[in-house]
Design a protein around this ligand. Structure first.
Ligand SMILES: Nc1ncnc2c1ncn2[C@@H]1O[C@H](COP(=O)(O)OS(=O)(=O)O)[C@@H](OP(=O)(O)O)[C@H]1O
Length: 397
């Protein structure tokens, strides 16, 4: 069934998109056009150039609508059943996990457990001992072409040390997504999050530390000391440093507040996942890239999952008020717009993340530059090791 569906989608796409691909290659210079910002940067293009581009987009939109109809029909004939998910987003907390899962939720083949706001906390929660039936109960029914998905940001650095095998054993074929980000910014974001939680429910691990400066003043020396005593002493071979990996993974049980800093020591946490997962079933996303180029990253994720690319980069539009990308499905109406919409009209048409997202990254809350600098210095050698380990140059400061 899946093969038949994919075959029809591919044939339809080739039929409708083939001429478009050839045409767009020949007209590369026109390709700065983003209809999601229709009218905003079009002054330099002639009317006929704009018209050509719009017509090409219309063909793509038709192909997408046809694919959506196929999926809806397939869904009607095959309502599916409750089963294990096929995608799990394992973290990292405060790096954009909500953005990934919320935006993927606009894909008609991705099904997330809405009742628990997509977070099951199954593998690191009390329910784990209840087994697969309990886990399955979280997910909406899925058929052969649909993908159940959950995210629990704390999985990445959750104890016990063999935590990844909990997932691998129960859902052996699941694809894992991981989003990492600048650990200094992550730590501050996590602090603000925990502080808000404290103000709301009066129960968090950082209650005593009234400011981020207070928190870092207390905890950074503790972490520095712990890491000084590692065999690798800030450098060289974190993969062989099993003792440190285990020590860091056990930290949440000993002193959970320390995780605001220890979570960002990615190079030590990544190894236990790498032992079980390879590039075909584990995708790591740079959260800074996700924030700056949301649509591009969403396309990359669909490629990795090998699902039809029905979310396009043009479906993500920056909110001029917050600077964050939001979802707005491109339609013919946007292409036909005869005038530039106002900011208010634009904002009203966007599907953005909840207001609890975007507290620190857009500068609404800031930390002292001295504290941030101290943290940056601490993370620097570990970041470098992580870049080397991942064979990717992340541009974190
Ligand atoms: N599109 C978009 N809109 C709003 N916010 C965005 C977006 N993309 C990434 N982010 C950043 O995501 C940060 C929250 O990360 P998480 O969703 O992983 O947080 S959580 O672990 O689920 O609590 C959140 O961190 P804060 O700025 O500290 O609130 C945002 O900076």
């Amino acid at each position: 069934m899946l093969k038949r569906f994919l075959r029809r989608y591919i044939v339809l796409s080739i039929f409708l998109l083939g001429p478009f691909v050839i045409w767009s290659w020949k007209n590369k210079n026109l390709f700065n056009y983003s209809p999601s910002e229709a009218g905003r940067s079009q002054a330099h293009k002639t009317k006929s150039e704009q018209q050509k581009i719009i017509e090409q987009y219309k063909s793509r939109l038709n192909a997408r609508e046809e694919a959506m109809k196929e999926i809806a029909m397939h869904k009607e004939e095959n309502p599916g059943r409750k089963q294990l998910p096929r995608v799990i987003l394992i973290g990292v907390k405060k790096c954009g996990t909500d953005g990934i899962v919320s935006f993927l939720g606009y894909h008609p083949l991705i099904k997330i457990p809405i009742e628990v706001q997509s977070e099951t906390f199954f593998f690191n929660g009390k329910g784990y001992s209840a087994g697969a039936a309990k886990y399955i109960s979280f997910f909406p029914p899925t058929n052969d072409i649909e993908w159940g998905m959950e995210k629990t940001p704390a999985y990445f650095d959750s104890p016990p040390f063999d935590f990844p095998s909990r997932i691998k054993d129960m859902v052996p074929n699941a694809k894992l997504l991981l989003i990492v980000c600048d650990p200094t910014k992550r730590a501050f974001s996590d602090y603000v999050h925990e502080r808000m939680r404290h103000d709301l429910v009066n129960d968090t691990m950082i209650a005593e530390y009234k400011t981020f400066d207070d928190y870092v003043d207390h905890y950074l020396p503790i972490l520095e000391k712990l890491m000084m005593n590692t065999t690798s002493n800030f450098t060289t071979n974190p993969s062989s440093d099993l003792r440190t990996q285990k020590m860091l993974t056990a930290l949440p049980h000993k002193d959970s507040a320390a995780t605001l800093i220890s979570t960002g020591l990615y190079v030590y946490h990544i190894h236990r996942w790498k032992r079980l997962y390879n590039q075909s079933n584990f995708l790591t996303i740079d959260g800074e890239d996700f924030m700056a180029n949301t649509g591009k990253v969403m396309e990359k994720i669909q490629d990795f999952l090998k699902i039809p690319k029905l979310l396009w980069k043009e479906d993500f539009v920056k909110n001029p008020d917050t600077g964050f990308y939001c979802h707005r499905k491109l339609t013919e109406q946007h292409l036909n717009q005869s005038r530039v919409e106002t900011n208010n009209e634009l904002i009203a048409s966007l599907q953005c993340l909840a207001k609890t997202k975007g507290r620190t990254r857009n500068g609404a809350k800031t930390a002292s530059s001295k504290t941030l600098e101290e943290l940056r210095k601490f993370y620097q050698p570990f970041n470098k090791d992580f870049y080397r380990e991942m064979n990717h140059q992340y541009n974190w400061m």
